[in-house]
Unconditional design. Structure first.
Length: 284
């Protein structure tokens, strides 16, 4: 059986309309098992992971794109990140006593949402996403319309077993024919059922939706969970905390212990590690 963790680009031939499709299985299961997520939170996290992958197709350089939301509702933090080579990670922080069968807006309440693009070379960019829609997809569509001036359709689904999505974009320079094409395919995309995206392969889904159009589907790319944490990165975070604070913790606790929020890797640093970090050599 083919892997469900796949991403594919496609274009409508001889037009300025493009798209992307993604389906997640194992990677979504791994990320969803990192905490006892309630169903509503897990579903939204799945949608965010799918959205980050679809949006990574718009990157023009190597790096990562992340979706981050902070709220005052029972869901305090939502974060999903995808790299240019389709490695993903994500998390959610929530009040387990307050989460119920709530909508996107009810879960997050008032708060901010942002898209962060971090290139491997160059400056980091962050754009604020208006939270005026009652769905994550709607908010991200607004972001593209306002920040990028690109008409975008996002279809996002997630359930207990997997997550999937579809992206369509009308690029700048569209002709009248492209406008007509956009209206047709945009309408058709919004008729897709959750079960179709979650269970069927890309060729079947695209044929069902757009069989009257000429669609070119590019080779599939694998998607996988991978955390970017490391002992070196964690030491860098300690360096940012500062010498005095680190030595204060060492004096009080004997060591500094840190857990990765994404993969739960555990890192322990003793006095020798901190000496080496701040002086370049061990003193004990």
């Amino acid at each position: 059986m083919a892997s469900r963790d796949q991403f594919q680009r496609f274009i409508f031939e001889h037009s300025q309309v493009r798209g992307a499709w993604v389906q997640l299985g194992e990677s979504y299961q791994v990320i969803g098992s990192q905490a006892p997520y309630p169903d509503t939170v897990r579903t939204l996290l799945g949608e965010a992971l799918v959205a980050s992958i679809l949006m990574s197709s718009t990157l023009k350089y190597q790096g990562t794109i992340s979706i981050q939301a902070q709220g005052e509702g029972p869901l305090r933090t939502l974060m999903a990140e995808c790299s240019h080579d389709r490695y993903i990670r994500g998390l959610a922080r929530f009040d387990e006593h307050a989460v119920s069968e709530d909508s996107f807006t009810d879960l997050l309440g008032q708060g901010q949402m942002a898209i962060t693009i971090t290139p491997e070379q160059g400056h980091r960019y962050q754009g604020v996403v208006p939270r005026e829609s009652d769905t994550l997809a709607g908010c991200l569509e607004d972001y593209f319309e306002r920040s990028e001036q690109i008409a975008t359709t996002l279809i996002l689904f997630a359930d207990d077993n997997g997550a999937a999505g579809l992206l369509l974009q009308r690029l700048p320079g569209a002709t009248d024919d492209d406008e007509d094409l956009w209206e047709r395919v945009n309408h058709l995309a919004r008729t897709v059922e959750a079960a179709e995206l979650l269970e069927l392969d890309s060729e079947t889904v695209l044929h069902r939706l757009f069989h009257e159009e000429t669609v070119r589907l590019f080779d599939a790319e694998p998607v996988a969970f991978r955390c970017t944490c490391s002992r070196e990165r964690t030491l860098g975070a300690l360096e940012a905390i500062g010498r005095d604070e680190c030595y204060s913790i060492i004096e009080e606790q004997g060591s500094i212990e840190m857990d990765c929020q994404f993969c739960h890797a555990h890192y322990r640093f003793d006095r020798n590690d901190i000496d080496h970090l701040f002086t370049g050599h061990t003193l004990h």
